[in-house]
Design a protein around this ligand. Sequence first.
Ligand SMILES: [Zn+2]
Length: 302
Amino acid sequence: MISFSKPSSIDYDTRIFALREKDEEVSVTLLRSRQRIKLVLGDYQRTRLKDSKPTSATLCKKGSEYYINIQVKSEAPEQIHVDTVLGVDLGITDIAVTSEGQKFGGKTIKLIKNHYASMRAVLQQKAVKGTRSSRRRCRELQQRLSGKEARYQRQINHEISKAIVTRAQEIPAKIALEDLTGIREGVNQKAGKNHRRKVNGWAFYQLKEFLGYKALAAGVPLVLVDPAYTSQTCHQCGEHGIRNGKSFKCPVCGWSGDADFNGAKNIAFLGRYVDRPGGSEGLPSIKAVLSGLLKAPVFRPE
Ligand SMILES: [Zn+2]
């Protein structure tokens, strides 16, 4: 037997649906008439709808209420043209350190991560050993916990990426990050142990993604640089230095300090040689730049 269910949604394109922004209502063509329907909007929806061009909409009925899903296309603003670069080193203890020395993450987040990790360990033990019902309860708790942890991580990544993009807008500067694509898969041969730890660490790809779309929306260019030797090179003199955990020391000029800050400075330096976003091919390495193989670009003194 074939059963036909009553359709519960209608698709609209821009010919038969219109958004009247000022009045916060939509005008849709129904079976026999064209109706104006008042929208119930929250702040988020209001911001998204503002100055956007709706492309299509779906009207759904859930119980006795109607919902409308409006697809909007937001146009990215024109990218700013600057020579100044804000280098960002995505790390482990500090989730991000900028070439201005601003640090994000650190102790509090580490404590919370450790707290989640120890709870996971306890639950895992109980989930294996306990009675049948306690095992089930543990599994439920484990699931809830992983959801909570993921939401926490997401929230923090949103905050960090927003702060970095806002700062780049203020300077104004483009953002430079290390190109670590393919490292987790072992494709990227340039990566050392330190880089592999990074990409396996704190939701690295999520933070990168958030930075990418927030930068685009703010008109801030984002460029990727060659990661090779950015953490071993001294940003002051360009010589090979010694990295020990979070600290860096240069035996040649004597500079010592935060290793991630040193990395961020090198990333910013390299960012001046890259003027187009994306693309991991043909990125200049710090060695090539320092050995004079590349002519220095013209940039304003900082
Ligand atoms: Zn040095």
